[in-house]
Design a protein around this ligand. Structure first.
Ligand code: PEP
Ligand code: MN
Length: 347
């Protein structure tokens, strides 16, 4: 990682450093910040000759040589001070809550609009709604592109930014063109490196964020953070890690709730952690407790399924969506707990 003395390199300076690293088979990936830009050396950056030449440039402050499998997402990276702001909320500064239906019903959009209004009222910061759905059974409803308009209409009506899952390259462009603020990578695709690359490439020049779910097939923590690195390597590091339950399942829950993973992640990465208690436990009655546990363990936010009438939902909602009333209570309690955890006295 190259840290320039000034806020950013000039075009000529960038050309010069690019020429040097190219000689050693590496590339430069600028990470453009609002105030300061830094320049990742992509490739094997261990060549001392290359480092010496870069360090010798008058406009280079220093070369950051952390040895990490994820040099951008690593807590020791210069990106550690990077903050993700979504819809006016800076993650880490207040509890960030994403809420919404599992799957938007294109035939009954009013369920989504009513849910969206109630979810905003309940205190959520971002609206979620599945347009395209990864379903275990090929005959189950797979989603419908028409739901993208419904999602964006929900966003307009509430003023909330939106998050939706993309499963293939074609979805990315559609979602970005529509104005989606956060692209969700589902648990099934979190190890799909070509999709991660396609997302990284597509959002490189934007301030779009990615909500990266944890795959149930991910073992060590490093695998999760490396998946985030795949996206960040293209220049936009706005990746949020989302634990959502893992395998093997804890009998009675949908998955094995992994809300206690946050401190382990925080030891290694600066990335914000937004926990999904809904898919972790899979049963509405258990979701509030899992949400609070996640906050107690240090989560920066929550992603919760909620529907005005869960039994009318067409995805996971009948089983795991909270009603807006329960969502409101859960958010209020989670915010109190978040404040206690941060050492702020709540009255
Ligand atoms: C979802 O968010 O509705 C979903 C399918 O989640 P996951 O990828 O975690 O299973
Ligand atoms: Mn779901």
């Amino acid at each position: 990682m190259i840290l320039p003395k000034s806020n950013r390199l000039t075009t000529e300076q960038l050309q010069e450093v690019t020429a040097i690293v190219t000689e050693f088979g590496c590339k430069i990936q600028p990470i453009v910040g609002a105030v300061r830009s830094i320049y990742a050396i992509v490739g094997d950056e261990r060549d001392e000759l290359m480092i010496n030449r870069l360090e010798g440039l008058a406009y280079v402050e220093r070369i950051d040589r952390i040895q990490s499998p994820f040099k951008l997402m690593d807590k020791r990276s210069d990106l550690a001070s990077h903050r993700i702001n979504l819809g006016g909320v800076t993650l880490g500064e207040e509890l960030f809550v994403i809420a919404g239906v599992c799957t938007i019903d294109p035939k009954n959009p009013n369920y989504f609009y009513e849910s969206a209004a109630a979810i905003k009222e309940a205190g959520a910061n971002m609206l979620r709604g599945g347009v395209w759905k990864p379903r275990t059974n090929p005959y189950s409803f797979q989603g419908d592109v028409k739901s993208l308009d419904i999602l964006m209409e929900g966003s307009r009506r509430t003023g909330l930014p939106v998050d939706t899952e993309v499963m293939e390259e074609g979805h990315i462009k559609l979602a970005l063109d529509a104005g989606v603020t956060a692209l969700q990578v589902g648990a099934r695709n979190a190890l799909n490196y070509s999709l991660l690359r396609a997302i990284g490439r597509a959002i490189a020049e934007r301030d779009t964020a990615v909500l990266l779910k944890r795959s149930i097939h991910m073992g060590p923590i490093n695998e999760f953070i490396s998946a985030a690195e795949y996206i960040a390597a293209f220049g936009n590091p706005n990746v949020i890690l989302c634990p959502r339950g893992t395998a093997p399942t804890l009998d009675g829950y949908r998955n094995h709730p992994d809300e206690s993973i946050t401190p382990l992640l925080k030891e290694k990465t600066w990335a914000p952690v937004v926990v999904d208690p809904s898919h972790s436990v899979g049963k509405a009655a258990y979701v509030p407790a899992c949400a609070l546990a996640a906050v107690a363990y240090g989560a920066d936010g929550l992603c919760i399924e909620s529907h005005v009438s869960p039994s009318h939902g067409i995805g996971d909602d009948p089983k795991q969506a909270l009603t807006p009333e329960v969502l409101a209570d859960t958010i209020a309690q989670a915010k109190q707990l978040w404040a206690i955890r941060r050492g702020v006295k709540v009255v």
